[in-house]
Design a protein around this ligand. Sequence first.
Ligand code: ADP
Ligand code: MG
Length: 231
Amino acid sequence: MIQIQNLKKSFRTEEVETLALNNVNMNIASGEFAAIMGPSGCGKSTLLNIIGMLDNPTEGSYQFAGHEVGGLKERQRTQLRKGNLGFVFQSFNLIDELTVYENVELPLIYLKMNKAERREKVKVVLERMKIAHREKHFPQQLSGGQQQRVAISRAVVTNPKLILADEPTGNLDSKNGIEVMNLLTELNQEGTTIVMVTHSDRDSHYAHRVINLFDGQIVTESQNRAMGAML
Ligand code: ADP
Ligand code: MG
């Protein structure tokens, strides 16, 4: 699903150039659950944003499902992103002015799905994420764990093939963190590929494979368990 070769990413601000990713090579198969770990500032979010087509590499190749992402026009890239990708962030990134229901409905509006179909999809996912009883609430009226369940609902309502999660338990206590990890594991067992950035050793154990980044480079990789094996 994901093939990355000799990828470099540098940021230039005024006179300073930061090499955030330096010669990264990595493949992630469909159905995998991969964790990316490493110290703060080592390039984890940059890599995840490139995989999510939110940012472009400076050099190298990134293929998603056989498409060379750098070679796509903006319209084609949007098309590829739509329905294929779901994002989950540490800070939830919900829209405060919209209700729980409306936040989760938004990606379906972008997909131009009609209202009746949207209602059905949103209802099913909110039930599943055990947050349906809060559908008329606003994000600020919810606990962190509930907000992250809404964010995961929004990420999965389009049935994406790939979920990208950037420190999804970073703002949660351990009970809610474990609940979020169990949800991601369930989604993975149903076939969704997951790439997750994490600081947490506990969370990394849920992944099939751990990729360690240091200073923009992959330094080690380790296999936790084979794909398909139960935790
Ligand atoms: P991590 O997620 O591992 O903490 P990041 O990927 O956010 O690290 O950042 C990697 C490096 O790239 C850091 O040195 C950071 O300061 C730099 N960086 C990230 N985004 C930008 C940006 N938009 N502009 C300039 N520098 C950036
Ligand atoms: Mg980060």
